[in-house]
Design a protein around this ligand. Structure first.
Ligand code: UGA
Length: 455
């Protein structure tokens, strides 16, 4: 919305949320306190906030005033009930549709922006048509058009992706509504990049794009495991296969497994839909992408424990990077969460560093299970610091889990001198060059290459 506001100064955009704390944070004068860290976002907010970009909790007023409403709420995987563990929980989409129905006036275009399972637009339409004309708007004629326009931005490059997208999808049947939305995008996106489809194709394309991207990561991670015992180097293999234009060179970086709020959730959705339609083989095919991802995280935590002959009790282990990728402070489904939990279960003493993630965020996930704590399944033996010196001092091992640029420029000679001997470096992102470690005594393991130096 910040990008639309920037590109279309004559359009007034209001972001509404029930959560007052969040809205206050978006309105905060101190722009370093915005709830989301995203390169370039601060500048856009600074430039457009309170000009044509507003943040408010005043839903009652914002809905009737709007011509177009984007539903952009969370659709996490259901934790209980029918489809638990696979299907998306649509309760926020549903309640948004009910709220829109209650307050809308005149003709309103509803754009489904949240990632949703196929045929959700139908559900939204049903809700809108069955519950409009509440006491509040019964004297006003109301009508709705529902469009699907899924979002393809990636965190960390969101502004760039929105300013120059590979494509924009608009799914729908109402040509007038499609034209209105398309005209907004056309302000900065060439028309040949705006694809018009039917609603279900649009919804399914979103899930499929994420499934294909995730599948690529599981594929390269599977080969990384094969490289390690055989002496191949995954970066050389990725370069060689990526040069084939049919394969392409992007998204071939081996790592500790994919994270983020989308890939796993969207594949689980495809699995659920496939099983629903009796397509067991299709479901099993996609399930393997997730199983491989879980295995990749597990094999990394196992490798660390095994390197210390099966016991890391009271070893100080430094974790560099907690976000699921660089340039974001998002830790949802971050491989770091899983790997840190496994190491804590093995009684390690963790020291975590991340340039943007806060200690509070980490605590919310690592200490989330009070009952686990009480039963001593997980010890609360972790510390956080933004100072690399604290993190390295007396550490037995350092694990790079996120590819933050600053970790590519570490002075290894200086920092490894602070560590205990023998000391270990596990690089799960392939950031460190062998030559960076000249003059150090580090033992070095690198994803997709295995042990490079082992003294
Ligand atoms: C992903 C998609 O890339 C976006 O197109 C989509 O819009 C978004 O999900 C969404 O549905 O909201 P995002 O999760 O923000 O975006 O980040 P990605 O860049 O796709 O990375 C996902 C995970 O894969 C990260 O943990 C990243 O470290 C990992 N990854 C990515 C690799 O391990 N290797 C790679 O080569 C690329």
């Amino acid at each position: 919305m910040a990008v639309i506001a920037d590109k279309c100064p004559e359009i007034e955009i209001t972001l509404v949320d029930l959560n007052e704390e969040r809205i206050n944070a978006w309105n905060n004068n101190d722009l370093s306190k915005l709830p989301v860290y995203e390169p370039g976002l601060k500048d856009l907010i600074k430039k457009n906030r309170n000009k044509n970009l507003f943040f408010t909790t005043n839903i009652e007023k914002s809905i009737p005033d709007s011509d177009i409403i984007f539903i952009s709420v969370n659709t996490p995987t259901k934790e209980k009930g029918l489809g638990a563990g696979y299907a998306s929980d649509l309760k926020w989409v549903e309640s948004s549709a009910r709220t829109v129905a209650k307050y809308a006036r005149g003709h309103t275009i509803i754009v489904e922006k949240s990632t949703v399972p196929v045929r959700t637009a139908e559900l939204i339409k049903k809700i809108l048509n069955s519950s409009h004309s509440s006491d509040l708007n019964k004297n006003f004629k109301t009508s709705f058009s529902v469009l699907s326009s899924p979002e393809f931005l990636a965190e960390g490059t969101a502004i760039k992706d929105l300013e120059n997208p590979d494509r924009v999808l608009i799914g729908g049947e109402d040509n007038d509504a499609i034209k209105k939305l398309s005209l907004i995008y056309q302000r900065w996106i060439p028309i040949n990049k705006i694809f018009i489809t039917n609603v279900w194709s649009s919804e399914l394309s979103k899930l499929t794009a994420n499934a294909f991207l995730a599948q690529r990561i599981s594929s390269i991670n599977a080969i990384s495991a094969l490289c390690e015992p055989t002496g191949a180097d995954i970066r050389e293999v990725a370069k060689a296969i990526g040069a084939d234009t049919r394969i392409g060179k992007k998204f071939l970086e081996a790592g500790p497994g994919f994270g983020g709020s989308c890939f796993q959730k969207d594949i689980l959705n495809i699995i659920y839909l496939s099983r629903h339609y009796g397509l067991e083989e299709v479901a099993n095919y996609w399930e393997q992408v997730i199983l491989l991802n879980q295995w990749q995280k597990k094999r990394i935590s196992n490798l660390i424990v095994e390197t210390f002959f099966g016991t890391i009790t009271s070893k100080k282990i430094a974790i560099l990077g907690f976000s699921f990728k660089s340039n974001t402070n998002d830790i949802r489904e971050s491989p770091a969460v899983y790997i840190a939990k496994e190491l804590l279960e093995n009684d390690a003493n963790l020291f975590i560093h991340d340039p943007k993630v806060s200690e509070r965020q980490i605590s919310a996930l690592l200490d989330e299970s009070e009952s686990n704590l009480k039963q001593n399944f997980i010890n609360h033996n972790w510390n956080f610091s933004r100072n690399l010196e604290d993190v390295f001092t007396n550490a037995d091992a350092v694990i790079i889990l996120t590819e933050w640029e600053e970790y590519s420029n570490i002075d290894w000679k200086r920092f490894s001198a602070l560590m205990k001997k023998p000391s270990w470096l596990f690089d799960t992102r392939g950031l460190v060059k062998d030559s960076d470690l000249n003059g150090t005594e580090l033992n070095f393991w690198k994803i997709g290459k295995g042990f490079v130096f082992r003294n």
